[in-house]
Design a protein around this ligand. Structure first.
Ligand SMILES: Nc1ncnc2c1ncn2[C@@H]1O[C@H](COP(=O)(O)OP(=O)(O)OP(=O)(O)O)[C@@H](O)[C@H]1O
Ligand SMILES: [Mg+2]
Length: 303
């Protein structure tokens, strides 16, 4: 779905540069032939070029592929025209261009994303204003979702521990900045194939600590399989709500693990502790959860 062909791109750029040099430095006769050939190729290809789904935004980013077509928003893989870098660009769908609530939510998402910097957070880079006024969030491009990786192969206990270490250290940073993510799940965890570089994305329904979603005109926000009981009930949320989701995440990772040992039992116990119904029964914060995770990882495999 998210195929990228950097080698092809470089090859095309190399060939174009040769053509350009030939056009500039060749003999008048060669130049005439080349110009004629280029014209001919453009004439024949014009129809295809016109039909090609090539949209350019802010005169800077070429939208290469539609990656996500949600109810109200779309995400494109985009390439910066001068730098060649890849980005994800999230924007309201064109028919939602006049939706003031969505616009406000997207700008809020951008502000929260820009306020957070962490090696395991997908970096929000800027916000563009499209010609019709829609905001477009530009983030670093990260290949695929954990949800897809989980369908491809089982995980080792070491990989699960590494994913949870990234997630919990990232949650610690989000909570220290005063926010609750509220949407932690394999759909919002992105990785470029390498799980040690996993990043949390999607601050679309993040809240300031102590707030509730109804304050932002959102009746219910979150994924039922991962949202804490207090989030499902529309209550004020704090960091322990994200720890509940982290527990659900750990359980689902363990369902994709083919190792059975004391180590896996310890991780199951941690998942259970994190996803307690009563927030008070969960670890106090992400740091405490990280300590517990560290303890689980140190359990000898065959003790
Ligand atoms: N930085 C990124 N790199 C690569 N893909 C991304 C990136 N950001 C988002 N995506 C893709 O787009 C999908 C949707 O993005 P995101 O989670 O931000 O939107 P959403 O708020 O869940 O969408 P909706 O409005 O439909 O609920 C992701 O699950 C992922 O597949
Ligand atoms: Mg999402």
């Amino acid at each position: 779905m998210m195929d990228d062909h950097p080698a092809d791109f470089e090859e095309i750029a190399r060939r174009f540069s040769h053509l350009w040099q030939a056009l500039n430095h060749g003999s008048p006769e060669t130049r005439k032939i080349l110009v004629d050939r280029v014209r001919d190729a453009l004439d024949r290809g014009e129809a295809r070029l016109r039909d090609a789904d090539c949209q350019i935004v802010a005169n800077s980013f070429m939208l290469e592929a539609l990656i996500h077509d949600g109810a109200a928003t779309q995400v494109y893989r985009a390439r910066h025209r001068d730098l060649g870098t890849l980005h994800a660009i999230k924007m309201p769908k064109p028919d939602h261009a006049d939706d003031p609530v969505l616009r406000k939510l997207m700008l809020r998402e951008a502000e929260i994303g820009m306020a957070l910097r962490h090696p395991h957070i997908a970096a929000t880079q800027t916000v563009l204003r499209l010609a019709d006024g829609r905001p477009a969030l530009v983030t670093e491009w990260i290949g695929s979702r954990l949800a897809e990786l989980l369908q491809e192969r089982p995980l080792s206990l070491g990989e699960i521990t590494s994913v949870m270490t990234s997630v919990l250290s990232c949650l610690e940073a989000i909570h220290a900045a005063g926010f609750v993510h509220c949407d932690l799940s394999p759909l919002n965890l992105l990785a470029d194939g390498d799980l040690s570089r996993l990043k949390i994305a999607d601050f679309g329904i993040a809240l300031e600590r102590g707030c509730r979603h109804s304050q932002f005109d959102l009746a219910f926000a979150g994924q039922p399989d991962f949202a804490s009981p207090e989030q499902m009930a529309g209550q004020r949320l704090d960091e322990r709500s994200d720890l509940y989701a982290a527990g659900c995440l750990l359980s689902s990772l363990l369902n994709h693990c083919n190792e059975e040992s004391d180590g896996s039992e310890a991780l199951k116990a941690l998942a259970n502790r994190l996803s307690q119904q009563d927030p008070q029964a969960r670890p106090e914060n992400a740091r405490a959860a990280l300590h517990l995770l560290d303890g689980s990882a140190k359990r000898p495999v065959d003790a």
